[in-house]
Design a protein around this ligand. Structure first.
Ligand code: AMP
Length: 306
């Protein structure tokens, strides 16, 4: 089985309370594909400029990510610059430059069109939809962010009608659902197209809604969160990567996928960019999966007699 992802491949400039990095490799599709590549074969659809060189390409090659559909054009790659204060759950965007993404018209290879699992990573909703319409996938999930919710709300609604799972953070869920209460916001979003909503809540964990089910997990407790950039995308990579690998989309598989996603995100935030993920091992992933399961596992009980 394999998964296709479209989304930004970017150069990020990031400032956190623990340090600063200029123009490091980032982007939603990058974080997603590196995380998913631990589970399954990944193909990336994106565009980069001539600033994307061998060092950046090596990150994809090392993880055997298929970059046949990564187009290269003259110009500059997508650039995002952001800053985090002591609340690492909130990123303040300083700069968003679409650059080569502004005119990107993806034409997928035959192999890409036949991919059974599809993730529409964070990028213009029109572009997400263009890719979605070219792929006859069995499961389509998507992410977005406030930038697109504010600037292209109609395109976003059109995209939502064509997906199965929406993976967003809680502020975005409240904004799309136009409702401060998360449960009600979730109900509204589930009436817009997706049959599942996965809400990332940063250090507080993840919740998953469908019309008739609810699941929640805490986040893996990390003492040193260095750079939260890409946490959401590496969560989505673990989540979708696991579903693709097992080729199952029933409730138990979706719940395990949420845990794998949380595990991948927990590693990603330990260092800047993809640095931690590039050294990650299967033993480390498996150990955290077991620990995370134990953290919220408890026995059934009756009230003790009073
Ligand atoms: P997250 O997983 O939410 O922390 O996503 C972080 C990544 O999203 C960064 O590496 C950015 O390059 C990328 N990004 C930021 N803003 C946008 C945007 N408006 N569209 C697409 N990608 C973005």
């Amino acid at each position: 089985m394999s998964i296709l992802v479209v989304g930004s491949v970017a150069f990020d400039s990031v400032k956190t309370p623990f340090g600063e990095r200029e123009r490091i490799l980032g982007g939603a599709a990058t974080y997603f594909s590196v995380a998913a590549s631990f589970f399954t074969r990944v193909r990336v659809v994106a565009v980069v400029g001539d600033d994307f060189g061998p060092a950046e390409e090596a990150v994809f090659r090392e993880r055997e990510i298929d970059i046949t559909d990564l187009e290269r054009v003259p110009g500059r790659s997508f650039h995002w610059s952001g800053e985090y204060g002591y609340d690492l759950n909130v990123a303040r965007t300083r700069v968003t430059q679409l650059n080569v993404f502004a005119d990107f018209k993806p034409k997928l290879s035959d192999g890409a069109r036949e991919t059974p699992y599809l993730f529409l990573g964070n990028i213009q909703p029109t572009l997400q939809l263009e890719v979605r319409e070219q792929v006859a996938a069995k499961l389509v999930a998507a992410d977005t962010m406030n930038y697109w919710i504010d600037n292209t709300p109609d395109d976003l609604r059109a995209m939502l009608e064509r997906i199965d799972v929406l993976v967003i953070n809680d502020a975005e869920a409240r904004e799309i659902g136009k409702e401060p209460n998360l449960v009600r916001a979730a109900r509204r979003i589930l009436s817009m197209g997706p049959s599942r909503l996965v809400v990332k809540r940063g250090e507080y964990g993840v919740v998953m809604f469908s019309k008739d089910s609810y699941f929640a997990t805490p986040a893996y407790p990390i003492e040193q969160v260095f750079d939260p950039t890409g946490a959401g995308d590496s969560f989505a990579g673990g989540f979708m990567g696991y579903l693709t690998a097992t080729n199952a989309i029933d409730e138990p598989a979706l719940r395990r996928a949420i845990i794998y996603g949380s595990v991948m995100a927990s590693f990603n935030v330990e260092e800047f960019g993809c640095e931690r993920m590039r050294r990650l091992t299967y033993d480390e992933i498996n150990a955290r999966f077991r620990e995370l399961r134990a953290f919220s596992n408890f026995e059934e009980a009756e009230m003790p007699p009073f």
